[in-house]
Design a protein around this ligand. Structure first.
Ligand code: GLV
Length: 328
């Protein structure tokens, strides 16, 4: 059971009907895995798969990824929406999203672990110059390249939410120097934190490897562009595991061609799937993966959702609520 702080003197909220929770699912391609996981985690929960909704007035919760606008038709008794993804942009951009409803973000251990693994993998690759040794091997070329200890490498983590903080902890454990950037002030253990537009330049100037884990919002749109890329140290590396629209791809390619970037690992793109014609596919120094940095894992995700429902039924507020005005 997850533990969240108890509400103090807050008004109790209306509760999902204790014995009649009906969950509507609009998932990725893994409907059966979700259904099996819910039947293990909360057998009494009735699960319906969109568009087979049955009586829409009976549905009080929904677990969604990229909902089509018509999904919300008739869901007049919906009380809460659970996001399948860590990012909620696909929900918030849905024009028919009922604006008054709480949205609970996905905070599950396997999703966090997957994101940390993906970013660490590429940090280690770039730091230990494995991309260059791969090229040397293909050319049967034997040459020792200078190796720097992790204590000499500063990794900038852009976005210090659940995922960014988990990454920062693991980087620190590997003895990297970790700095972080976030929208507003707020300390994070072991991380030198920069915040706000004014401190972005100072943060980027120190980031030898920059890992993007920010949400997609109007403020973060193309935050990595010609102007900001120029602030990176020479031969810096970029890892984007956040959202494609954080980066201006054309200007990223220019920074790879002319400096200061020496390489990039990209899991997310302005257009997905990445178009066949994109120069990123074959750009030397670029690693492309198809938005797989981390995938929500139904068994642990269902346990998390069921725990939040049980917590809410005790009269507590929903944990990990999306702040709709802020965009994440
Ligand atoms: C994936 O992109 C997610 O938001 O979890």
């Amino acid at each position: 059971m997850h533990e969240w702080p108890k509400a103090q003197g807050r008004e109790k909220q209306p509760m999902l009907k204790a014995n009649h929770a009906v969950m509507l699912l609009k998932t990725d391609a893994r409907d059966q895995a979700w259904i099996d996981a819910f039947s293990d985690a909360m057998p009494e929960l009735e699960v319906r798969l969109w568009p087979e909704t049955g009586d829409t007035s009976e549905i009080n919760c929904a677990l969604l990824w990229c909902p089509p606008p018509e999904l919300f038709d008739g869901l007049d008794n919906l009380e809460v929406i659970f996001s399948i993804g860590a990012g909620v942009d696909s929900l918030l951009t849905c024009p028919t999203l009922p604006a008054h409803l709480p949205i609970v973000r996905m905070v599950e251990p396997e999703l966090t672990a997957g994101m940390v693994e993906f970013c660490l993998f590429h940090v280690l690759r770039f730091h230990r110059l494995m991309h260059r040794f791969e090229t040397q091997q293909a050319e049967r070329h034997w040459e020792e390249l200078p190796q720097v200890p992790a204590t000499g490498v500063t990794v900038g983590v852009m976005g210090l939410g659940v995922l960014g903080q988990a990454l920062a902890r693991q980087l620190s454990a590997l003895r990297y120097r970790v700095i972080g950037y976030r929208r507003g002030p707020g300390a994070v253990d072991g991380v030198e934190v920069f915040h706000g537009e004014d401190e972005l330049e100072a943060f980027m100037r120190r980031s030898m490897i920059l890992a993007l884990l920010m949400p997609s919002t109007p403020e973060t749109n193309r935050i990595i562009n010609r102007e900001t890329l120029r602030w990176l140290p020479v031969d810096a590396y970029l890892i984007n595991a956040g959202r494609g629209d954080l980066v201006n791809e054309q200007e990223l390619i220019e920074a790879l061609d002319a400096g200061p970037l020496a390489g990039a690992a990209l899991d997310v793109f302005e257009t997905e799937p990445l178009p066949q014609a994109s120069a990123l596919w074959s750009h030397p120094g670029v690693y492309v993966t198809p938005h797989i940095a981390s995938i929500t894992h139904p068994p642990t995700a269902c346990r998390y959702i069921v725990d939040t429902i049980r917590y809410y039924r005790q009269g507590e507020p929903w944990p990990h609520l999306v702040e709709i005005d802020r965009g994440y």
